[in-house]
Design a protein around this ligand. Structure first.
Ligand SMILES: Nc1ncnc2c1ncn2[C@@H]1O[C@H](COP(=O)(O)OP(=O)(O)OP(=O)(O)O)[C@@H](O)[C@H]1O
Length: 326
């Protein structure tokens, strides 16, 4: 059975009369990479602060690693690493010295601190810059060092707020690969708050969509698309070759009738020579066979897969905030 490591129940935060987080229920499993998505002001950071015990809820409860974060924030801090979007280092210290400093703050003995810091610098690809002052680090290098810094205390959960902001594409790829490795190989639970839909889709097992302090939906990409596009969870596009002896109009109408009569097809739209077939389930093979058996030449067949981009924009379509992302 999956073991829940973060448990939010009816979690609420009010600032005066304004409700920033509104009765949030959410359960995140051990080893999962979970994405927090939502427009600016949706309540993601406030939720994170409550998970870390840095902000007191107005109602509900928040448990991390089985510990009540509100009542015992210090115990939570021991087991959770938090990487804010712009981490501060002692600029006059080297990367290695900064890590050793954090290790000391976490009461690690010197020999363990040195061996862990050296391994982590290697792991995040900074071994060659270990003895360079962090004041001279680039943004990408700082973020990698930040990740090593949160890992030095061997956390069970890491919370990352926009960790890839300002990193070049190659650096982003390496950073995301590292996050997935940490989850898969070491069972670390990762909570990732980001506006970069493609990055979230690339690494997250599940995603929560926040807006106005509420969790609108959560799940993996197929679950979210089934919820959001219930009538067309599978859309197949098809193009045929014009056949001799039949007018294009007659051919078009004949194919339309045939497609509409296939069990499992919900709707068929024709658009610029392309037939878009909304289906209840994946019947790609049946559609291909039916077209060929009826004497049409099939020149294109493609099953559309919904991405986080489609999901996010469909959720926020028509909303006042419009789900703006950076
Ligand atoms: N200390 C505070 N006092 C009053 N209102 C606050 C405070 N902190 C946050 N808020 C409000 O709570 C709401 C949620 O803010 P929060 O920072 O959690 O959003 P977010 O989803 O993290 O946004 P972003 O993507 O911009 O980081 C916003 O409307 C914000 O203005």
């Amino acid at each position: 059975m999956e073991q829940s490591i973060i448990e939010l129940k009816g979690l609420t935060k009010r600032y005066g009369t304004f409700t920033a987080v509104n009765h949030l229920d959410l359960s995140i499993n051990k080893g999962e990479v979970f994405g927090l998505l939502g427009p600016n002001g949706a309540g993601k950071s406030t939720t994170i602060l409550m998970m870390l015990g840095l902000s007191e809820p107005s109602g509900g409860s928040v448990k991390v690693c089985g510990i009540d974060a509100t009542h015992d924030p210090i115990a939570v801090k021991r087991r959770v690493g938090y990487l804010p979007d712009d981490i501060g280092f002692y600029e006059n210290y080297t990367g290695l010295e900064n890590l050793l400093y954090t290790a000391r703050l976490n009461s690690l003995p010197d020999d363990i601190a040195m061996s862990r810091a050296t391994k982590l610098l290697q792991r995040v690809g900074l071994d060659a810059q270990a003895n360079k002052k962090t004041g001279k680090y680039s943004r990408g290098m700082r973020q990698r060092l930040g990740l090593a810094d949160v890992l030095i205390k061997n956390p069970e959960v890491i919370i990352l707020d926009e960790p890839t902001l300002g990193i070049d594409p190659q650096g982003v790829r390496e950073f995301l690969d590292l996050i997935v490795q940490l989850s898969r190989e070491e069972g670390i639970t990762v909570l990732l708050s980001s506006h970069h839909l493609h990055q979230v889709q690339q690494v997250c097992d599940r995603v929560g969509l926040f807006v106005g302090g509420k969790l609108l939906a959560e799940g993996n990409i197929p679950q979210l698309s089934a919820k959001l596009f219930p009538d067309e969870a599978f859309t197949i596009s098809v193009k045929i070759k014009s056949a001799a002896g039949e007018s294009p109009e007659a051919q078009h109408q004949r194919l339309l009738n045939i497609l509409q009569s296939i069990p499992g097809v919900i709707n068929v739209r024709a658009n610029d020579g392309l037939f878009l077939i909304g289906c209840l389930r994946d019947i790609t093979e049946v559609i291909a066979k039916t077209i060929v058996d009826n004497g049409f030449g099939l020149v294109h067949l493609h099953q559309k897969e919904y991405g986080l981009d489609d999901i996010y924009h469909r959720y926020f379509e028509g909303r006042e905030d419009n789900g703006k992302v950076n």
